[in-house]
Design a protein around this ligand. Structure first.
Ligand SMILES: Nc1ncnc2c1ncn2[C@@H]1O[C@H](COP(=O)(O)OP(=O)(O)OP(=O)(O)O)[C@@H](O)[C@H]1O
Ligand SMILES: [Mg+2]
Length: 290
């Protein structure tokens, strides 16, 4: 009988690991309860401006009077700290071990693996399991306080990180899909839409970034093609949220960590960003009416 009572050490270790995961998931749910709207920024494709749209929306929502946080879930290429002007800031912890996000311009709270690693040019060489466990840790132990919006910047694709966010944030408000007007992007974005649908995540809508370039004489040049987001919107029945033009000053403002629409309030891109934020307020705060 005695042999039946003894639990082998490896089983004990597994039980302990399982308990830790359950505890972490409980903490994630507690943390997420204090945040009204959780919005993930998705796109199948890399380099289309997800991080720029995330940072701009966060700044714009804060400008509209909302309490806002940004979680950078891009473990391998975190660009949020630099774009939001907090690169190199030190993340502090509470006495009970919770991580305190840093504060970016306009009072936006920011947390990113880029703030937790010692040097910005050292690559993270981790397997996917470690990347997702870093995301889990940030979701469970970040001390956001209460927020109206948490925007989550995701890496490109529909892999482990996207899956982790969709599964762990059970009451995710929805996702915003970013594309550029090219056909190549359109095809990859369709995958992102189907991914969100498979995961039962609401799609708030699709944003077209780098839609056109306007010359000083007012002529518009469609560098990457024209109308892809509208086509996607019609083909897949998702809302078209707006288009943001190419503006070289955007890239410079991003590199300097400055909110673009504050620095260049009269530009078309700034107006587009504010309109986008207002539209999202309309949709999200009126309870995803579609
Ligand atoms: N509308 C725009 N006009 C000019 N430059 C832009 C615009 N949108 C984004 N950029 C610039 O394009 C580059 C890519 O943007 P960003 O890093 O936001 O893309 P991403 O989709 O997050 O990329 P990744 O897939 O690597 O995460 C950045 O240098 C950014 O400053
Ligand atoms: Mg990015």
């Amino acid at each position: 009988m005695e042999s039946q009572q003894r639990i082998p050490p490896e089983v004990k270790a597994r039980i302990e690991a399982f308990k830790k995961i359950r505890e972490q998931e409980k903490k994630i749910q507690e943390n997420m309860k204090k945040i009204k709207y959780k919005v993930a920024i998705l796109s199948g494709k890399g380099g289309v401006g997800k991080s720029f749209v995330t940072a701009s929306l966060a700044f714009a929502m804060s400008y509209l009077g909302r309490k806002v946080g940004v979680l950078d879930a891009d473990i391998y290429g975190p660009s949020i700290p630099k774009m939001m002007g907090v690169q190199g800031e030190t993340v502090m912890a509470t006495t009970d071990g919770r991580i305190i996000p840093v504060t970016a311009p306009l009072g936006v709270k920011v947390l990113s693996i880029g703030l937790l690693l010692p040097q910005e040019d050292v690559p993270v060489i981790w397997r996917g399991t470690l990347s997702t466990s870093a995301i889990r840790e940030m979701l469970a132990y970040a001390d956001w306080g209460t927020l109206d919006y948490l925007f989550i910047d995701l890496p490109p694709g529909t892999g482990d990180e996207q899956l982790t966010i969709a599964q762990l944030i059970r009451d995710l408000t929805g996702t915003i899909i970013v594309t550029i007007p090219s056909d190549v992007s359109r095809v990859v974005v369709a995958k992102a839409i189907n991914f969100a649908r498979k995961m039962n995540v609401d799609i708030i809508g699709v944003v077209e970034n780098m839609s056109y370039f306007e010359c000083p004489d007012g002529s518009k040049h469609y560098i990457f093609g024209e109308g892809a987001a509208k086509k996607i919107s019609e083909q897949y029945g998702v809302r078209f949220l707006g288009e943001i033009p190419i503006d070289p000053r955007i890239s410079r403002a991003n590199d300097a960590g400055e909110p673009f629409f504050v620095k260049y309030p009269d530009s078309k891109a700034s107006k587009a960003i504010l309109e986008l934020a207002e539209k999202i307020v309309e949709i999200v705060e009126k309870n995803m009416d579609r």
